[in-house]
Design a protein around this ligand. Structure first.
Ligand code: ZN
Length: 283
């Protein structure tokens, strides 16, 4: 085995040992995942496989995001998730669908969803449209957070991706906690500067931290974490786009290599999300 690989595996095994047997083990929360359609095609098969992978990786709790482009309705999805206490779910609704506020209320109060997922690129709606503002305000009134995709891929850029639109939405919905997913990708510094003026905004680092490897973006993400005192930022893997355990190990390896202290790592990897969701049972 080449020497660099040996060093890498030593570091990963050290981090894992430290995760499991440290003086105060870190709580690991994966705050951004999806169900894999490729397991056996069913939501319950996808949930069982995800639960197995989370257990293997030492993840205490995970937030799986329902997507209306997947073949499962919100009822079937919530039933699959309810098989395991490790996995909680956000429901994906479209701001323009009829009676959407009541559908959200039903999803939260009857089906057990703990948040709303919005995907402006896939669902093709405008982030600061009045219908989006109405739905995001309703989520706050119902008492659940909203996670909104903020990854500027080529399609999203051509649709007019603009960090300011995300800020306008958050500013108009001060009673709703909003998670900007993927930390805004290569716009991370713009999103960070906006978040400093918006106390209701949070981030997850899923996908971006590993997608932009060897560019300046991951170190910009760490700069943003430091600038925000490691608050309001959550770890996520974006499984199945990225596998659960390798994503966690590579993220930990990179962040530890950037000089994060044990306390700072613990906040990003699970402490912040644990506080955000009020999961006192994990502490
Ligand atoms: Zn995702």
């Amino acid at each position: 085995m080449p020497i660099l690989l040996k060093v890498k595996w030593f570091l990963i095994s050290f981090l894992l040992r430290y995760l499991k047997f440290g003086s105060k083990p870190m709580i690991v929360i994966d705050s951004h995942l999806h169900l894999d359609e490729g397991v056996d095609g069913t939501a319950s098969g996808g949930a069982r496989e995800l639960d197995r992978q989370l257990a293997d990786a030492g993840v205490a709790r995970a937030v799986v995001l329902h997507l209306d482009i997947q073949p499962w309705g919100m009822e079937e999805f919530s039933e699959a998730i309810s098989q395991t206490s490790r996995i909680k779910a956000f429901v994906n609704l479209h701001p323009d669908q009829p009676d959407v506020n009541n559908t959200l209320r039903h999803a939260v109060q009857k089906l057990g969803y703990i948040g709303l997922k919005l995907h402006p690129r896939l669902q093709e709606f405008t982030v600061d449209d009045p219908a989006t503002v109405r739905l995001v305000r309703a989520a706050g009134e119902i008492g659940v957070p909203v996670l909104i995709d903020a990854f500027p891929d080529g399609t999203h850029l051509m649709q007019g991706f603009d960090p300011v639109k995300y800020a306008v939405l958050a500013k108009q919905c001060p009673g709703t906690r909003i998670i900007w997913a993927h930390m805004g990708g290569h716009y991370v510094l713009d999103f960070m500067m906006l978040a400093k003026r918006l106390p209701n905004v949070f981030f997850d680092i899923s996908y971006s931290l590993l997608y932009y490897q060897k560019s300046s973006i991951p170190t910009d993400m760490v700069y943003a974490m430091r600038s925000m005192k490691f608050d309001r930022i959550f770890y996520g893997s974006d499984y199945p786009d990225r596998p659960v355990a390798p994503s966690l190990h590579q993220s930990l390896e990179f962040l530890a290599g950037q000089g994060l202290t044990e306390a700072q790592l613990a906040k990003i990897v699970g402490g912040n999300a644990c506080d955000f969701f009020g999961w006192t049972d994990l502490k």
